[in-house]
Write a protein that binds this ligand. Structure first.
Ligand code: RNT
Ligand code: ZN
Length: 418
């Protein structure tokens, strides 16, 4: 109770402080409330899925760490996600990968997937007031060779084309069921470890495969295409590079997914937002944290993520940007990882929503560079955190670090016993 009062008081002071800079804090909170993150289901089990949970994770991605308590089946995964969302303010979406179907103990080949394998997910999501997003899975499979959709081998290519077509049909079924378009992401690892003398050929094949996959039009799902700089084992060449998907996305009006771990480490992802907004219908984000490479560390309130949020808010583009998370850390409590990364992302957007943009733009229009820089710097220290605490309080989720003991409790009672 003492804490509640303090949070309330701090909020009142923060509100006045921001008002002096022309920022309407309540309006900012209303906008934040409407931001739904698309939580990635794969943080709960290190991208194992239910097709072959003991299988090897391939495709140049790696989850490192052996922290106890990983979800071993659909019930545990659902329980963990429900637990995680109870610590994250607001209403959110859940992003499923095709290997997370409810297969009822049977093996279902990826080119045989149907909406019925996701019926229980749709129901569960509805019961828990979540909307679903979807991803095709072309990694961790015997047919997942160095090349999939870009493979010159007809049999391999057609298998993955069929898989991806079926995933789109599943996404459409989800969209219809939930009355909100299901965002379907397509990422393939296709590439080559060493020199290739056929860059163009594989890219041309990928273009053709995508054309075939996207030929069927749907109204309740949205297609996203995710590029990558390189993956482990495909260091030399990636077929689906950023340039490739940028070109494809602009030409075919598809949504380009920006995974914040998929670029050169000094490249600004924030800078890409305004470019995509001008030439593609929407944007999909995979917010992650690369450490030296695409390591998929837990998202934090880093300068990069802050800049990304600011660019979106400054462009007034919240309704055109789908915010998904994508990291998988198996070295710490996995539910804790969800909560840290989700809340950090929300904090970045709050920070962006509290920016005194009118004053900053006025300075800029008058070429007052010193004043603009000074205010931007001062903004870092404004009491945004009091506003964040209040947001958590209003949403009935733990304020500040109070989620730590609760996650410890769940670990003691549930995950440590697995
Ligand atoms: C891999 C991509 C991709 C995956 C998920 C599991 O580098 O980021 O989005 O992380 O599909
Ligand atoms: Zn990603």
């Amino acid at each position: 109770m003492v804490k509640e009062k303090l949070v309330q008081q701090a909020y009142e002071i923060a509100r006045e402080r921001y008002a002096a800079l022309g920022v309407d804090v309540d309006a900012a909170l209303n906008k934040l409330q409407k931001i739904s993150l698309s939580l990635h289901c794969w943080q709960a089990d290190d991208v194992s899925g239910f097709e072959n949970p003991d299988g090897e994770l391939t495709g140049g991605i790696q989850s490192t760490g052996n922290y106890p308590g990983k979800a071993r089946n659909i019930d545990e995964l659902r329980a963990d996600i429900k637990k995680a969302t109870s610590f994250i303010p607001g209403k959110h979406r859940l992003s499923l990968h095709a290997i997370y179907g409810d297969f009822q103990g049977k093996f279902v080949e990826r080119d045989q997937l149907e909406p019925k394998h996701f019926a229980s997910w749709m129901q569960w999501a509805k019961e828990n007031e979540m909307k679903l997003d979807f991803n095709s899975t072309s990694f961790s499979h015997p047919k997942s060779e160095a090349l999939t959709l870009s493979s010159p081998k007809k049999e391999i290519r057609e298998f993955w084309i069929e898989h991806t077509k079926r995933c789109r049909a599943i996404a459409e079924a989800m969209g219809v069921y939930q009355g909100s378009p299901c965002v379907m992401n397509l990422w393939i690892h296709d590439g080559s470890k060493d020199m290739t003398v056929n860059r163009l050929e594989y890219r041309r094949i990928l273009e053709q495969s995508l054309d075939e996959i996207f030929a069927q039009k749907y109204n309740n799902m949205k297609d996203c295409i995710e590029s990558k700089l390189f993956g482990i084992g495909a260091e030399y060449y990636t077929v689906g590079s950023h340039d490739f998907y940028l070109g494809y996305g602009v030409k075919n009006q598809k949504i380009v997914t920006l995974d914040t771990g998929h670029f050169h480490l000094t490249e600004s992802i924030a800078d890409k937002i305004s470019c995509l907004l001008l030439f593609t219908p929407e944007i999909m984000l995979h917010v992650s944290r690369p450490i030296r490479w695409d390591s998929d560390h837990v998202t934090l309130m880093s300068d990069d993520t802050l800049e990304l949020a600011k660019e979106i808010v400054r462009a007034n583009a919240l309704d055109r940007v789908n915010i998904g998370l994508d990291y998988f850390d198996g070295s710490i409590n996995r539910i804790g990882a969800y909560v840290i990364g989700s809340r950090a992302t929300q904090k970045c957007f709050l920070h962006a929503l509290l920016e005194p943009i009118e004053i900053l733009r006025k300075y800029e229009s008058k070429e007052q560079g010193f004043e603009r820089l000074a205010l931007l710097e001062e903004c870092k220290g404004l009491p945004w955190n009091a506003v964040w605490d209040y947001f958590c309080l209003k949403n009935n989720v733990p304020v500040g670090e109070d989620f730590i003991p609760e996650i410890q409790q769940y670990e003691k009672e549930v995950t440590s016993k697995r």
